[in-house]
Design a protein around this ligand. Sequence first.
Ligand code: GLY
Ligand code: MN
Ligand code: MN
Length: 455
Amino acid sequence: MWSEPSPAECFVERRRRLATRLHGPCVLGSGIARVRNFEGNRFAFRAESHFLYFVGRHIEEALLVFDAGTVTLFVEPPDPDDALWHGPEPSLEELAEQLQLDVRPIDEFSVPQGAATLPPGDVESSLWLEEVLGRAVEAGNVAANELDVELARVMVEVRLRHDSAALNQMSQAAAVTARAHRSGMVATRPGRREAQVRAAIEAEMTACGMIPAYNSIVTVHGEVLHHGSSTHLMNAGDLLLVDAGAESAEGWASDVTRTWPVSGKYSGVQAEVYDAVLASQLAAIAMCRPGVRFRDVHRRAAEVLVSGLCEIGLLRGSPSSLLERGAGSVFFPHGIGHLLGLDVHDMEDLGDLAGYAPGRQRSDEPAERYLRLDRDLEPGMVVTIEPGFYRIGHLLGGPPFAAIADAVDGDKLAALSHVRGIRIEDDVLITEDGHHVLSADVPKQRADVEAAIAG
Ligand code: GLY
Ligand code: MN
Ligand code: MN
C-alpha cells in the first residue's frame, strides 16, 4: 500500500469554493521549516493545513493569494545551489501545469489591500508571515484580528464537510493505521519495551509513505491521557494503550486508539472494564447520523459507561444520579471526540470556531469542559468517538471523587489496579443516512484483538 495523491481537479474545485465565499482578499502562507543547529539542518517541514487544503503540496515559504476572483501561488524559484544538495525542483511553469494554478516568483508578491490571513500555529512561521504581510500575526491566535476571524468562519464552512478526495485520503490513512496497529499487536510481548511496539507501528506508516499524524501514544500508563514517551518495560499483567494514526502524504489524518493486554489475553477484570468502554463506544457510534447534537453523543457515552461500571460492581446506585454527582468526569474526564481532517484535531488552530456551532459555547462543568465539538452532525463530517476509563491518581484523591466515594466499591477499585487506562477510538464519517467507520479494520472486539496479538 502506498500513499496516493489526489487529482489536481479537486484542488481547483476547493479553490473555487473558497473564492466564491470570500468577502475580500486573503493570503494563506505555507510556513517555514524550523532550523536545528544550522541553516542546512532542519526539522521535517509540514505545510500549514489551510494552505495544504488548496495546494496539496508541502512547499516551503509559499503564499497562496486570493484576490478579486484570481488565485495565485507565489513561490521561491528553484535555486541551482539547492539542486546540488536536494535534487532538481520543478520550474514555475511545470508547477503551474501540475497544480493547474497561476504560479509566480515570490519577489513579485505585494500585499493586497485589506488582506486577511490565518496565523500559523508556530512562532517561526508566524514571524515569517508577519514580515511578508507587514502587519502583526500572532501564532495560533486568530482572534487577534477581526478580518482574520471573518476568514476563519469562511474556512470552517469550506473545510467542515469533506469532499470525496479528502475522504479517499482519510480512508488511505485509516487503512495504513489498521496495518500499523496490527503490527504493534504482533510486536507486543512481556519483557519488551513500549518503544519496540511503537517502532513496529511507525515502521508500517513509513513503509507506506506516511508519517504519524501526531506523537504516537504507546504506553502501559494509559491513565496519562497523552503520555508522550514510550520507555517502560511491558509486564505480563499490563494493558498497553496505543493511540496512533497515520497521516497521508497530502496531510490527511487518522486517529485510532486500541488498548490490548501485553500477555495476549485480557484478565477477568480487564475484560469487564474493556467491555464497558466498548459498549459505551458502540452506543456513541450508533447515534452518529445527520442532525444529532454531538454533546448528546458525549452524554450517551458517559451514561452507558457509568451503567457498565454499575453492572461490574465498581459503582452502586442509579446511573443517572451517579452522572449528576460527577461519576462520568472522575472515570472518563475528557470529551467523546473531535473533528478529524487535515489535522488530528481539525481546525483547532481556530479556537472553538470550528468545533462549536454559532451560539454554542464550551461549558465549565468538569463533565463537558474538554468536549471539543458541539455541533449538529452533518454528512461529510468526520469525527472521532473515543470514550475511556481511567484510574487517575489525583482524580481518585480529589473532591470529584469525594462526591461519589460512598457509591464506589473500594475492593473492586483495588482489584482494578492493572486497569490504569482503557481508551477505544475510531474515526467516523457521517453519511446521508447514518455513518461509516473509516477505521473498522483495526481489531476491536476482545477475541479479534487477542487473535491479532497471537499473529
Ligand atoms: N490522539 C489525540 C486524540 O485522540 O485526541
Ligand atoms: Mn482523538
Ligand atoms: Mn487519539
